[in-house]
Design a protein around this ligand. Structure first.
Ligand code: ZN
Ligand code: ZN
Ligand code: ZN
Length: 371
């Protein structure tokens, strides 16, 4: 991230604060923090807090031992570093910084959604007359439209995870436990260029009917459908894709179920274009699944936004009447889950462009039967 890039984002936050009559945005280590400053310090029990003020006076309250890290990354961005010693009260430094930036005790503060409650409670005790709101009110509308560099990072992440999907047949083999497959996936995800693995869902047979199943001791059997949902991080940006495979002869009725799902997922991706609502993309998937009689077995929303966080705005869900805009990136991941039997899900990350949806995952969505 260039210095101009970071300064530009700070200015946009400032404008958003002014627009909402809010005095300052207070962030702990988080995706918001990383989006603004290009790095994320450890989120520990010692308070680290970035204070972006509408008035244009920014501070970073940071434990003294982390001041070198902050100074290295901040460069000449103009953020004043306030280092606190182990015996000092960092909340007093925050209150002082807000006062220096012109915020009185009755100020309006936007607080990062993932700030630890322990820090917010201490801040509220120190500034009982301030009014508090969630930071995502300020950062959400800015972060949900990705710029070209962010889309490029998401595309690199998508290509890296697809390279792992292409090799699934090497690991998904009868006689192997889910957790052993998950361990191989973890290594492969990092070898494919991710700096970290975020998750490795391996749901075999009846476990596939639990969408967020944690890979366990179950041994893959001939005739299992296996749901593989994997993701990691490339340059901070997340990948997330799901494919469902069958090992050996598909179970009774599975090919028909899968075909409904594949048609629904394609319809959801095809529905993406500027101006349509997030809810209508959900409906494009759900209507096909419902008409085929599986509606009650599609037990989650169609998708979630993705970026520096695995799940972020916009959510592709009934009731979200927000129109899509170019630059939004989100998953389209319908699933059908038959309790006690099996499940199936297909997931791609899609970017809304002027011309419609661009899928960042391009591996085959045909039913893969491994012999
Ligand atoms: Zn999920
Ligand atoms: Zn996923
Ligand atoms: Zn997802």
């Amino acid at each position: 991230m260039t210095a101009d890039h970071r300064a530009g984002r700070l200015e946009r936050v400032r404008a958003a604060l002014a627009e909402r009559d809010t005095d300052a945005l207070l962030l702990g280590p988080s995706a918001d923090y990383r989006w603004l400053l290009g790095y994320e310090p450890p989120g520990l029990e010692r308070l680290t807090m970035l204070i972006v003020s509408a008035a244009g006076d920014d501070h970073l309250v940071v434990p003294a031992l982390e001041a070198p890290l902050a100074i290295e990354h901040l460069g000449d961005l103009g953020v004043k570093v306030l280092a606190w010693q182990e015996t000092e009260d960092p909340i007093a430094l925050v209150v002082g910084a807000l006062a220096a930036a012109g915020s009185a005790s009755r100020s309006r503060l936007a607080v990062g959604d993932h700030l630890f409650a322990t820090f917010l409670l201490r801040l509220q005790a120190a500034m009982p007359s301030a009014r508090y709101t969630t930071g995502s009110v300020v950062t959400g509308p800015l972060r949900r439209i990705k710029d070209q560099a962010e889309i490029d990072a998401l595309a690199r992440a998508g290509a890296a995870i697809d390279a792992v999907v292409d090799r699934l047949g090497e690991w998904v083999v009868p006689g192997r436990a889910e957790r052993d497959v998950a361990a191989d996936l973890d290594v492969a995800i990092r070898a494919a260029g991710h700096e970290q693995t975020n998750f490795t869902i391996v749901g075999s047979g009846p476990n596939g009917a639990s969408p967020h199943h944690i890979a366990g001791h179950r041994v893959i059997q001939p005739g299992d459908a296996v749901v593989i949902d994997i993701g990691g991080r490339v340059d901070g940006y997340c990948s997330d894709t799901t494919r469902t495979l069958v090992v050996g002869e598909p179970p009774e009725g599975f090919a028909e179920l899968y075909e409904v799902l594949r048609t629904a997922q394609a319809a959801g991706c095809d529905a993406v274009r500027p101006g349509v609502t997030a809810a209508s993309v959900d409906a494009a998937c759900r209507d096909i699944i419902t008409e085929a009689g599986y509606g009650e077995y599609f037990i989650h929303r169609t998708g979630h936004g993705i970026g520096l966080e695995e799940h972020e705005d916009p959510y592709i869900v009934a009731g979200n009447d927000e129109p899509l805009s170019p630059g939004m990136a989100f998953s389209v991941e319908p699933g059908i889950y038959l309790p006690g039997r099996h499940g199936a899900r297909i997931e791609d990350i899609v970017v809304c462009t002027e011309d419609g949806g661009r899928r960042l995952n391009t591996t085959s969505r045909e039913l893969r039967v491994l012999s």
